[in-house]
Write a protein that binds this ligand. Structure first.
Ligand SMILES: Cc1ncc(COP(=O)(O)O)c(C=O)c1O
Length: 367
């Protein structure tokens, strides 16, 4: 059997009729940028998260970038985040001219360790970007309290956590802004690029609306130095349809995770820790194994596609050498980066495929 890491053609097969009719509907109307589909999706996405405003943008990286710009981050500022994240979290900070400052993660959640944030704060620190990595919410209570004490802004990186909740409240609504990506493989994925900034501040929402469209207050009248970063009508219409299915898809991801966790628990493989107050939506199911290479070769020899998120922490990547970090600066991040890997998890994954993956993992440890 071959089990792909992801397979978006399965979603298309299931909703082919609906997707095709949504796309032709947009063509019939003939409006492709900043139209009614975007308005509707923004309203529904804000409603889903119980946030006041949602502003559609071109992708998740720009959602972070525009949110940072809107809160006033720029040259000479510092933004605290983690090195165990996707490169875009850092490229968004870098694009503002600010310096990314890393803190280590908690070994059991893979997320920012709130107890290490204070020692990274300087007079230049403007904001914290907690990344709800793999779909698992960060400890927002502790992060909010630190930000409050030091008067720092919070931009949540929710690219992997659509629908995740901390203490019953959706992520993306704790900070000044929440930044979402609709990259096709995300829990809520477009059929192209897409992103969204969510906020409860009318002032920030208005600023981001201006920033995404050349600072235009009205036609060709630019009142703020802006950019082109818009979510197009085809993507917005498809995403609006998919949003109504997000809870069902997240439920399925959690069911698959439950199966993995209950059937792998006795093996020498570290499974994700789950905490009742953190509703994990399992964008990725990340496990840890020592001697990872041997394990990966065995699984790939059996047709199972496994990917590592992420093999090289950002502070050790060549592009970010200029930040002057070195090996051993973030021991937990570095240790887990050598052991982590993501098992296939997506709503369309079939029970027989999950059984096959679990059986092969059991075989590996028995041999
Ligand atoms: C944690 C994280 N942040 C930001 C992004 C950026 O999103 P996009 O690819 O839509 O620019 C991604 C996804 O790629 C991500 O996983």
């Amino acid at each position: 059997m071959k089990v792909p890491f992801g397979d978006l053609s399965r979603q298309y097969k299931k909703y082919k009729k609906e997707f095709n009719s949504i796309i032709s509907g947009v063509f019939e109307k003939g409006s492709f940028i900043l139209g009614e589909n975007l308005k509707s999706f923004e309203k529904n996405f804000a409603g889903y998260l119980e946030a006041n405003y949602a502003v559609g943008v071109a992708n998740g990286t720009e959602a972070l970038f525009l949110a940072l710009k809107a809160i006033g981050v720029g040259n000479g500022d510092e933004v605290i985040t983690v090195s165990n994240t996707a490169v875009p979290t850092i490229s968004a900070i870098d694009a503002t001219g600010a310096k990314p400052v890393f803190v280590d993660i908690e070994e059991n959640t893979f997320n920012i360790d709130p107890s290490k944030i204070e020692s990274a704060i300087t007079s230049k620190t403007k904001a914290i970007i907690p990344v709800h990595l793999y779909g698992n919410p960060c400890n927002m209570e502790k992060i909010d309290s630190i930000a409050g004490r030091y008067n720092l802004k919070i931009i949540e990186d929710c690219a992997q956590a659509h629908g995740a909740e901390y203490k019953g409240k959706k992520v993306g609504t704790f900070g000044d802004c929440g930044a979402f990506s609709f990259y096709p493989s995300k829990n809520l994925g477009a059929n192209g690029d897409g992103g969204m900034v969510v906020t409860n501040s009318g002032e920030l929402a208005e600023k981001i609306r201006l920033l995404r469209n050349y600072g235009f207050a009205d036609r060709y009248n630019s009142i703020l130095r802006g950019y082109n970063s818009r979510l197009d009508e085809i993507q917005a219409a498809l995403l609006d349809f998919k949003l109504a299915r997000l809870d069902e898809w997240n439920k399925r991801r959690r069911q698959i995770a439950d199966r993995y966790m209950s059937e792998l628990v006795k093996l020498p493989i570290i499974i994700p820790s789950v905490f009742p107050e953190h509703k994990h939506v399992f964008h990725l199911f990340v496990v840890r194994v020592s001697q990872r290479q041997k394990f990966l070769e065995f699984m790939s020899g059996n047709g199972i596609n496994i990917i590592i998120h992420y093999p090289i922490p950002i502070h050790l990547q060549p592009a970010y050498e200029f930040l002057n970090y070195k090996r051993e600066d973030f021991p937990v991040t570095e240790k887990v980066s050598e052991e982590i890997m993501s098992l296939p998890i997506y709503p369309e994954l079939e029970e027989k495929e999950i059984s096959y993956i679990i059986a092969k993992i059991i075989n590996y440890f028995r041999k």
